[in-house]
Design a protein around this ligand. Structure first.
Ligand SMILES: Cc1ncc(COP(=O)(O)O)c(C=O)c1O
Length: 296
């Protein structure tokens, strides 16, 4: 596109009232924010629990930055995997009751990395129409076939699963839908995944910290409904809670599908070609600390 064409495209967007502009924030995230010099009550951030600007968490970040600096240095698979990342992975896994967790720098990166690791061109991903864009991008990058079903329409999903001859099938869904706030029928999806030997991949960006008695997220939906097994899960949660980042926990995937998942280290450029978030930024995101802060 030539600069003059870009210019006229922008004018078109202006005319239709569709041009997006960034607003500038001063100070911290919180219930009240200062945007473009005016104070507002904020209903438009992911910082539901008020952790982003919490003084105790900010102090933990300050101390961690003094101890380990502010740069990540490299991706996790190079030399960017710090002890603080490792400890956070252990805490996250324990918090959601899973054997292990993998950190990514954002939730978007988690979805790209994990779905690309799990599928290739012989796979098929089944996605709710209202899934977050990162799940759609992840499926496209994996080169698997992407099949979408109408929002929460399990009858259509079942028909699609029954008609699929893909080597590996994966159902991916938001747990709490990011735009509408409604819930995916997690237990019913798990039953379908079992029936059609598919993996179930839950993006719990808006469920982690909110669902369940202790904020453990989507797994609580299964526990509540008396299920013994949990699906593979991805939580890009900490950004939603104000800390920044994402993590994946797929430790029990093999209990759900007969086909064991490949090792996650295999695929997904977001693990090896994108720097990790700085360890000092991750230290204050330790859930135990964050939850204690919320409770106090
Ligand atoms: C359901 C869902 N998944 C993934 C993401 C991406 O998370 P992040 O902002 O950490 O990249 C979001 C962002 O809001 C989301 O709503």
């Amino acid at each position: 596109m030539l600069p003059s064409q870009l210019q006229s495209a922008l004018v078109d967007l202006d005319t239709q009232g569709l041009r997006r502009r960034r607003r500038m924030l001063d100070g911290t995230q919180g219930a009240r924010v200062t945007v473009d010099g005016r104070e507002y009550l904020s209903f438009s951030s992911n910082d539901y629990l008020g952790l982003a600007g919490h003084p105790t968490i900010a102090e933990a970040a300050r101390q961690a930055a003094a101890a380990v600096g502010v740069g990540a240095g490299a991706a996790h698979l190079l030399t960017g995997h710090h002890r603080l990342h490792h400890e956070l992975e252990l805490e996250l896994a324990a918090f959601v009751g899973m054997p292990a967790a993998l950190l990514f720098s954002t939730g978007y990166m988690a979805n790209l990395g994990v779905i690309q690791a799990l599928l290739d061109r012989y796979g098929e991903v089944f996605e709710d129409r209202l899934n977050h864009a990162s799940l759609v991008d992840a499926a496209r990058l994996s080169r698997a076939k992407l099949t979408r079903y109408p929002h929460l329409d399990l009858v259509t999903l079942e028909r699609q699963l029954a008609g699929s001859s893909a080597k590996v099938k994966l159902i991916a869904t938001d747990t709490v839908f990011s735009m509408d706030g409604d819930l995916a029928p997690v237990a019913e999806l798990l039953a379908l995944a079992e029936r059609y030997d598919a993996w179930l991949y839950l993006d719990d960006a808006h469920g982690f910290g909110v669902l369940g008695e202790a904020g453990e997220g989507a797994t609580s939906l299964l526990v509540v409904q008396g299920r013994e097994i949990a699906p593979s899960e991805t939580f890009p949660p900490l950004s939603q809670r104000g800390g920044g980042g994402g993590f994946f926990n797929g430790g029990v995937t093999t209990k759900v599908a007969k086909t064991p998942p490949p090792p996650l280290e295999k695929g997904g450029a977001s693990r090896h070609a994108s720097s990790t978030s700085p360890p000092s930024a991750r230290r204050p995101a330790f859930p135990a600390l964050s939850w204690r802060v919320v409770a106090s």
